[in-house]
Structure formats: structure tokens, C-alpha cells
Design a binder for this molecule. Structure first.
Ligand code: SF4
Length: 480
């Protein structure tokens, strides 16, 4: 079984312009949410799908824009939590006349699959999006109303989702799960009277559209020739917005739940400087790129110089890519090879390195090794996200508990963060490691702790409604 994550868009132009250039530019702006594949769907056509970055298909943009000309479209960039990276698994997908793009994870997809009657393919060849799409198409055929169909689907489904749909009559829909795990916003490009729904507001900025608001948890938007309409298919409180989006996943320019991600990250650094002051530190450097605002915040608060001690080689084949969201270990290692240290900044210095998170520890270990090789004296690592010890079943790719470094180092649930940090420091070769905690992180983000999801650090799966059976990475990635 295959699960999906990613970035989604849904675009409808009231003035009838061809929105394909908008789709392409929005997907490029969402590339940090998925690097494995991308796709576009317009009414009455088989969706276009391509492997790799959107920009790798640049030579085709003109022909795609002509061939798929439409005033209504949805699009997708893919990052898999599970399942192989193949064109078959790319989105949007089409079931009958319904096209769907999905960001999230459906945790009970095996159970849902057994409810799909008379399907002509094997479960192993299906994505969780395809299973959901089949269910939705079935409910839609019976109810003739997408909000009602989604209400039924929500009752069947466990997990997180932001969907964009495109129906055969050219209407665009967007729906967000009632917990609001993953972000979804709606904006307007005023000159062309075009509504754009997107995983993040950075995509709106990329095409000169402005942010209208978040799509609310449990809300479904319909956009057609009559304009934009809103309904609720479910309401659940409290919400469970993913805290990891604010430290790592989302683009710094994005605004989610009224919070600018860059400002939140800078505040996180300031708060951590108050809690973890390193007395003999000479300077602060970020692990590029997500931790840069937090490192700046830390340096400003601590009164220390902020320096770039590690530079990404953006001209290497994988230099501009993000290592964490790569599905395969070999590719993550290759991306980390594209980090070049600034020897003159590092040599002989006591360094505070600010990182956004430690998941598998792959990049943290190689960065500390590099800093040592280039003559760093003392290395203190400040981590903006608390220890990640439990798998995420709501849309982020750390599904196997065994591969989480903080869990490997300390399997006992009752152990405190300082003990975990001490063990992690030894395993990474750092002199000192300090992790953020959930309450400081929530205060720095500016959203009440009760409205954020911290399952991957607390192991409390109540926001999801069930505790999933933890599976090995081999099973999840279809390698067994
Ligand atoms: S478990 Fe962690 S990564 Fe997953 S949605 Fe919750 S906070 Fe985000």
C-alpha cells in the first residue's frame, strides 16, 4: 500500500484565462514540499505527470501550456511517506471524471481498501489517494453532492488530508481535514480574477496573488463560474496543526494560521537562546537552509556573531534539494555531500550550530564530522524541534520508529529530554546537544500548544483518533 504527502494547488479563473502557467509557477514555489514527481489535471484529459523537479521539465512548459489550456486546473508535487517513486504514483489521479490531488496520509487505508467493492487492481498497486478517490467517486455517484460525499468519506477515513478536486464540469474544490494537520490557503490573483488554493501562501506570492485566508479545518471550498462558496463537512476541536511545518517543512515566506513561518523560526531561536546559553561560544551558524532564521534569532538574543559556516553547493546535481524529504538513504547522503564548510569561519572556534530537527541523524552526523575536520574547537548543537521518537501518520516521512535517532538512543518513554540530548550528542560526536520542548516551541510559534500536533515527540496519537500499528520502513516503502 502506498501513502502520499506533498503540495497541492487548485486554480480557477473567473475571467477564463489559461491557468496552466499559474499551476506551473505555483508548483515550482511548492517544490520544497515534494521533489519526486509533479502533475497537472484539467477537465476531460488524462492528467499530465512527470518524474523529478518541475523545473526539469522546463523545455516542455510551452507545449504543456498549449495542450492543457484550461481556466480550471489542479496540480501536485509529490513527496512519498511510503511507496516507491514512480510515475504511476504521481498525482493528480483520475477516477471517472473526478481528478484528485492529496497532501496527507490516510492511516487506515488497508481497512478502506477492503471496503472498495469490485475494484480491478491489486491493493499493492494503489496509493491511499487512489483508494480515497474511489470511495469519494462512489459516494458522489450516490449522493450527487461533493460535501455529502466528503462527509461520508471523512467518517470512513483516519488520517490527515488536504485535497484539491476537479470535477468533469470544471469546478475546483478544496477540502482540509477537521484537525487541520496540513496547511491549506486560498488567495486571489486580482488582475485575472483567479482564485488559487494552495498548500502554502508562498505559491500565491510566486504568481502575484494575495492571501485571502486559511482554508479552515473541516471546510470545503467550491470555485466555479458563480465564484467561491464555503461549507463545512465536519468540525472537530481542538485542531492539531503540524508543529513540524513551522520548524522545517513550510517555506519561510508562508503564512499559516496567521503566523509567518520566518518570524516564528526567528522567535524560536530567540527563545532557545534564553534557555540554552553557551557561555564560551564564539559564533552561531545555521545548518542550511531551514534553520537559518532560528540561528539568526539565537545569535541576536545571545549577542553572538551570526556567520554562515556551511554553504550548500547549489550548482551540484542535488545541491538545491532537501535531504530529509528524499525517500532513499543514498540520495540523502549525496545531498549532504553538497554542503561545503567555510574553513576560515570555523577553524579554532567554539561554535553553536542551530539545526531545525534531528530525525535519522544522517545530516547532523555528517555536519558535525565536517566541522571537526575543518578545525572547529567545541560544537554545541541547538535543535529547534523536540526529540522525534514516534512515527508520523499524518503526513511527514518518519514512519519507522527504528530509524529515529532519539528513539534509538533512548527507548524508555519515561526518560527526560536532557538525557536523550546527552546520548544523542555522544552518538553524533557533538560536545553538547539541546532540544526544544513542546511548550516553548508553541509559545514561540504563537499558537496554543493544545492546537498543535506534537505526536511525533509525545507519542500521543489522540489527534489521529487511533494509535496505528508501527510498520518497518521496508514494508512502508514497498521493499519487502
Ligand atoms: S506527528 Fe509530528 S510531523 Fe506528524 S503531523 Fe504531528 S507534528 Fe507533524
Amino acid at each position: 500500500m502506498i501513502h502520499e504527502n506533498c503540495g497541492v494547488v487548485g486554480i480557477f479563473s473567473m475571467d477564463g484565462i489559461n491557468v496552466i502557467p499559474f499551476v506551473i509557477d505555483c508548483l515550482r514555489a511548492l517544490q520544497h514540499r515534494g521533489q519526486e514527481a509533479w502533475g497537472v489535471a484539467v477537465p476531460h484529459r488524462i492528467p499530465l505527470k512527470r518524474i523529478g523537479l518541475v523545473s526539469s521539465s522546463a523545455s516542455e512548459f510551452a507545449s504543456i501550456t498549449r495542450k492543457f489550456e484550461s481556466h480550471a486546473a489542479i496540480g501536485h508535487v509529490r513527496y512519498s511517506t511510503t511507496g516507491k517513486s514512480t510515475l504511476n504514483n504521481a498525482q493528480p489521479i483520475k477516477v471517472k471524471e473526478l481528478c484528485i490531488a492529496h497532501n496527507g496520509t490516510i492511516a487506515n487505508v488497508d481497512q478502506l481498501t477492503s471496503m472498495v467493492g469490485g475494484c480491478s487492481f491489486t491493493p499493492q498497486s494503489m496509493t491511499d489517494t487512489l483508494v480515497a478517490a474511489q470511495h469519494l467517486a462512489g459516494h458522489l455517484a450516490k449522493k450527487k453532492d461533493i460535501t455529502e460525499a466528503l462527509t461520508i468519506l471523512k467518517q470512513e477515513m483516519i488520517g490527515s488530508f488536504c485535497f484539491t478536486f476537479l470535477t468533469g464540469d470544471g469546478s475546483v474544490y478544496a477540502a482540509r481535514d477537521p484537525k487541520g494537520f496540513r496547511p491549506l490557503v486560498v488567495g486571489l490573483h486580482k488582475p485575472s480574477n483567479t482564485y488559487i488554493v494552495s498548500s502554502e501562501s508562498c505559491a500565491l506570492s510566486a504568481v502575484g496573488a494575495y492571501l485571502l485566508r486559511d482554508v479552515e479545518p473541516g471546510e470545503i471550498l467550491q470555485i466555479d463560474d458563480s465564484g467561491l462558496r464555503s461549507e463545512y463537512f465536519a468540525r472537530e476541536n481542538p485542531h492539531a496543526h503540524c508543529a513540524f511545518e513551522y520548524t522545517y517543512f513550510a517555506h519561510p515566506t508562508s503564512v499559516m494560521e496567521g503566523v509567518n513561518v520566518y518570524a516564528a523560526r526567528k522567535r524560536i531561536g530567540e527563545f532557545l537562546a534564553k534557555e540554552f546559553r553557551i557561555p564560551d561560544a564564539d559564533l552561531v551558524i545555521p545548518v542550511p537552509d531551514s534553520a537559518r532564521p532560528a540561528a539568526l534569532g539565537y545569535a541576536l538574543e545571545a549577542g553572538l556573531p551570526f556567520e554562515e559556516g556551511l554553504m550548500k553547493n547549489r550548482y551540484s546535481k542535488k545541491g538545491s534539494m532537501r535531504s530529509f524529504i528524499e525517500p532513499y538513504h543514498e540520495t540523502r547522503v549525496e545531498i549532504n555531500k553538497g554542503i561545503i564548510p567555510l574553513a576560515d569561519v570555523i577553524r579554532g572556534k567554539n561554535i553553536v550550530v542551530v539545526d531545525d530537527s534531528i530525525v535519522r541523524g544522517t545530516s547532523s552526523a555528517s555536519i558535525i564530522k565536517l566541522l571537526r575536520e575543518y578545525g572547529a574547537n567545541k560544537i554545541s548543537m541547538i535543535v529547534t524541534y523536540p526529540p522525534i521518537r514516534y512515527p508520523c501518520y499524518a503526513g511527514i516521512d518518519f514512519p519507522s520508529q527504528d530509524e529515529l535517532l532519539a528513539y534509538q538512543q533512548m527507548k524508555d518513554d519515561s526518560v527526560g529530554t536532557a538525557d536523550i540530548a546527552h546520548k544523542v550528542a555522544r552518538s553524533l560526536g557533538a560536545d553538547f546537544v539541546a532540544y526544544n520542548d513542546t511548550s516553548t516551541l508553541a509559545r514561540a510559534i504563537g499558537i496554543p500548544e493544545t492546537e498543535l500536533c506534537f505526536t511525533c515527540t509525545t507519542g500521543d496519537y489522540s489527534a489521529l483518533g487511533v494509535k496505528p500499528l508501527f510498520k518497518s520502513r521496508a514494508v512502508l516503502k514497498g521493499r519487502s
